[in-house]
Design a protein around this ligand. Structure first.
Ligand code: SAH
Length: 219
């Protein structure tokens, strides 16, 4: 089959999977259709870019499963005026989805090589409302706080206190919580004037959020 035809079929099938996973928001479905996932995967995985599964990327990390990216985005309930903080840029796929839905995305990643590659993809897609930083995301981004929305794409043992501090009152954080390689739960934390309230959404499996200590390529 010709490449473009099989691509179109693969993409249509993927959108069906995303709907089956319970995502109904039309804006989010439209953006999932618009952002080319093949641009975010390694060259030797391009044939699987439209499969609904996580794939390996550089630095031993993974690009998340598309239906989960869509579900996390829906759970985050982003508006087009809000400022979003993302922890764990990885390939930049979730970042690109968010950038199409909100005013500005601040994204932190501990591997410089991943940030450099993600920035090239944002430029190719003409996404100019993303600010990147190499660093320990568990500390958040104090200079830009507070954030209306925070999404963490790596699993933490507990919600990092700095991130809870930097969530605005009325804000929402979506974060996988649980041990590395063990039972993790995708949680939504809402902050109101009385404090933070946690709600469990679904079981998930993410790479760990590394606390402190930067890798050699952090520069
Ligand atoms: N949303 C990404 C998923 C990346 S996987 C995508 O769809 O491609 C999670 C990422 O979190 C990895 O790239 C990992 O390096 C990063 N990470 C883990 N601990 C971190 C920390 N403390 N600070 C910043 N990034 C971290």
């Amino acid at each position: 089959m010709e490449r473009t035809t099989s691509d179109a079929i693969g993409k249509a099938r993927l959108l069906l999977e995303i709907r089956k996973a319970g995502v109904t928001n039309l804006r989010i479905l439209g953006v999932m259709e618009a952002v080319p996932r093949d641009l975010f995967v390694l060259e030797n995985h391009v044939d699987h870019a439209h499969d609904d599964r996580a794939l390996p990327i550089a630095c031993g990390q993974t690009i998340s499963q598309p239906s989960l990216v869509a579900a996390m985005t829906e759970a985050l309930d982003v508006g087009d005026r809000g400022k979003v903080l993302e922890i764990g840029t990885g390939s930049g796929y979730q970042t690109a989805i968010l950038a199409k839905l909100c005013r500005r995305v601040y994204t932190v990643e501990r591997h410089r090589d991943l940030v450099v590659a993600a920035e090239a993809r944002f430029a190719a897609l003409r996404l100019h409302n993303i600010t990147t930083r190499v660093g320990d995301g568990s500390l958040g981004w104090p200079a830009q706080a507070p954030f209306e929305r925070i999404v963490v794409t790596a699993a933490a043992a507990v919600a990092p206190p700095a991130l809870l501090d930097q969530l605005s009152v009325g804000g929402v954080m979506v974060i996988p919580i649980g041990p590395e390689g063990g039972d993790q739960m995708l949680c939504r934390i809402r902050r109101d004037k009385n404090g933070c309230h946690r709600e469990d959404l679904l079981p998930v499996r993410f790479v760990p959020l590394i606390d402190g200590g930067m890798p050699a390529d952090a520069g």
